[in-house]
Design a binder for this molecule. Structure first.
Ligand SMILES: Nc1ncnc2c1ncn2[C@@H]1O[C@H](COP(=O)(O)OP(=O)(O)OP(=O)(O)O)[C@@H](O)[C@H]1O
Ligand SMILES: [Mg+2]
Length: 267
């Protein structure tokens, strides 16, 4: 369980970014964090991972507390991070080394490294690119390798911070389907995104506005009750279509809700 307990944060005193924020994410959830540019989403991600510390309040994961320096290594081990630009995440020169590097870093026994490597690359369908140079891969492939490097570490939570935003539709679809699969296997997924189509895949949406939690609930209630335009966000196509019809078609309304429902019942 991940907990924000009355968290306050600012970069410059007197200019609060996060104000008195509390929420809990339980193990295995698929949560989307949305909000306008600069509302503090990446700051929240960094607070979760202990890269930033609250000025007041606490951020805890299980019994670990980000304010305890001795807990930070464990927190980084349990919480993986995938960023917007996969280029920024590469350290080595081959796909294989990229995954192995992290494992050696956390001292995974040599005999276990091979199986973790195989499994992680299979999970993102990059097992045929062992010797490829990350910089020569497509954007989507790069991001999949970055995800494999995280998956190999066996974290309990993966935070994707705009991890699909630089990808073409195909790459985006692939990364989203990997997220769903990891969630299906029991991992907690935190997906920070501007793409409202992707938000339909989440079980829960946290909307951030002016440093506060403006909405916390499921996508159906979100799109029914929140005027997303107020937050520089767009409605997903299916929801937009539904709203354009007067009177709203129950059939289509059922459609996008059904989309969400089906997703969770098939998996
Ligand atoms: N290192 C920093 N020093 C000072 N201010 C910062 C720093 N990082 C971010 N900020 C400011 O804090 C606010 C929140 O930034 P943050 O990156 O968390 O927003 P975001 O919601 O992730 O934005 P985006 O949608 O553009 O990714 C912004 O006003 C930003 O300018
Ligand atoms: Mg951001």
């Amino acid at each position: 369980m991940l907990t924000f307990d009355h968290v306050h944060f600012y970069y410059k005193k007197g200019q609060p970014i996060i104000e008195n924020m509390s929420f809990t994410i339980t193990s295995g959830e698929f949560v989307a964090i949305v909000g306008a540019n600069g509302c503090g989403k990446s700051t929240i991600a960094k607070l979760i991972d202990g890269l930033l510390l609250p000025k007041e309040g606490r951020v805890t994961f299980e019994s670990l507390d980000t304010s305890r320096p001795t807990d930070l290594d464990k927190i980084h081990e349990h919480i993986g991070f995938v960023f917007q630009n996969p280029e920024d995440q590469f350290i080595t020169t081959t796909v294989m080394d990229e995954v192995v590097f992290g494992l050696e870093n956390i001292r995974v026994p040599r005999e276990e490294i091979q199986s973790r490597l195989d499994h992680a690359l299979q999970a993102v369908q990059m097992e045929n690119y062992l010797d490829a140079m990350p910089h020569q891969l497509s954007g989507g492939q790069k991001q999949r390798v970055a995800i494999a490097a995280i998956v190999a570490m066996r974290p309990q939570i993966i935070i994707f911070d705009e991890a699909t935003s630089m990808l073409d539709p195909e790459g985006r679809e692939q990364v989203l389907s990997i997220m769903k699969e990891l969630h299906h296997q029991g991992m907690t997924i935190i997906h920070i995104t501007h793409h409202m189509e992707e938000v339909l895949s989440a079980e829960r949406i946290l909307l951030i506005h002016k440093g506060r939690l403006e909405f916390d609930g499921n996508p159906m209630i979100f799109f029914e009750t929140v005027n997303v335009g107020d937050y520089q966000l767009e409605q997903p196509f299916a929801v937009r279509l539904n709203t354009m019809l007067h009177p709203p078609s129950t059939l289509l309304m059922v459609d996008w809700k059904e989309m969400i429902r089906l997703q969770w019942s098939i998996n």
